[in-house]
Write a protein that binds this ligand. Structure first.
Ligand SMILES: C[S@@+](CC[C@H](N)C(=O)[O-])C[C@H]1O[C@@H](n2cnc3c(N)ncnc32)[C@H](O)[C@@H]1O
Length: 220
């Protein structure tokens, strides 16, 4: 299914507080360096339009949320959404921001081992062809990166509507990172209105009655 069109926020909107410049990042991405506190840090990879980032950060004010989105236009759109959702919060409670960039090198070079509370990956691009699989956001390298980055007890959430991607990920994790333990099935929310979905792609799949495969791991 093609993606719906997206608008960049107006050029005069100051996104600097919610959209960090990839060329000007602290050496380590942490709650201390990004938010000036020690709250648990959760990272979403591939935030798209930013629905998860805005709802999760509003629902969990005692955690910080960092979204990493490779497409600048989407990262800016998500940042605009975060700016709006922060409008009614006191500044001391600001707990979400975006970076526009590729998650893999950021995980390899900028995340302290054992520091993350959670990694979220929802509906990553499927890269159907076998020879393109290494481009998947969840691959052998990233599974090792996630394992290294998460604290003991930290969570990895992975949802997709591509059964092959789901099966392949569950197999890879069992083989490469047994410290993740058993896959824990996650339930969908009972959607009572149009925002009772974790992400835009979940909403789209459910509206078209496409099955969604959801799993969580809790690192030992
Ligand atoms: C299919 S969309 C899903 C968006 C959102 N998670 C949702 O469920 O609505 C996948 C997103 O991942 C982003 N993406 C792909 N590769 C990435 C990477 N290496 N690092 C960060 N984001 C990436 C894409 O630009 C795209 O916005």
């Amino acid at each position: 299914m093609p993606r719906s069109s997206i608008k960049r926020p107006p050029a005069n909107l100051d996104l600097s507080e919610v959209l960090r410049d990839i060329d000007n990042l602290p050496e380590l991405l942490s709650s201390a360096s990004l938010f000036g506190n020690e709250a648990p840090l959760e990272i979403e990879i591939g935030s798209g339009k930013g629905l998860f980032m805005s709802t999760a950060s509003a629902a969990n004010p005692s955690h910080n949320f960092l979204g990493i989105e490779i497409m600048a236009k989407y990262a800016a759109h998500a940042a605009g959404r975060l700016l709006r959702s922060r409008a009614n919060m006191p500044e001391s409670k600001y707990n979400c921001m975006m970076i526009s960039g590729n998650a893999e090198p950021l995980f390899q070079e900028h995340i302290e081992p054992g520091s993350l509370e959670a990694v979220h990956v929802y509906f990553p691009d499927p890269w159907w062809k076998k020879r393109h699989r290494k481009r998947r956001v969840v691959n052998e390298t990233s599974i090792r990166n996630f394992s290294q980055a998460l604290r003991s007890g930290g969570r990895l959430h992975f949802w997709t509507d591509v059964l092959d991607y789901f099966d392949n990920t569950v197999e890879l994790i069992a083989e490469l990172a047994p410290e993740f333990g058993v896959p824990i099935p996650e339930e969908k929310a009972e959607a009572t209105h149009d925002l009772d979905y974790r992400t835009h792609f979940e909403r789209r799949s459910r509206q078209h009655q496409i099955p969604v495969y959801r799993v969580r791991y809790e690192r030992r």
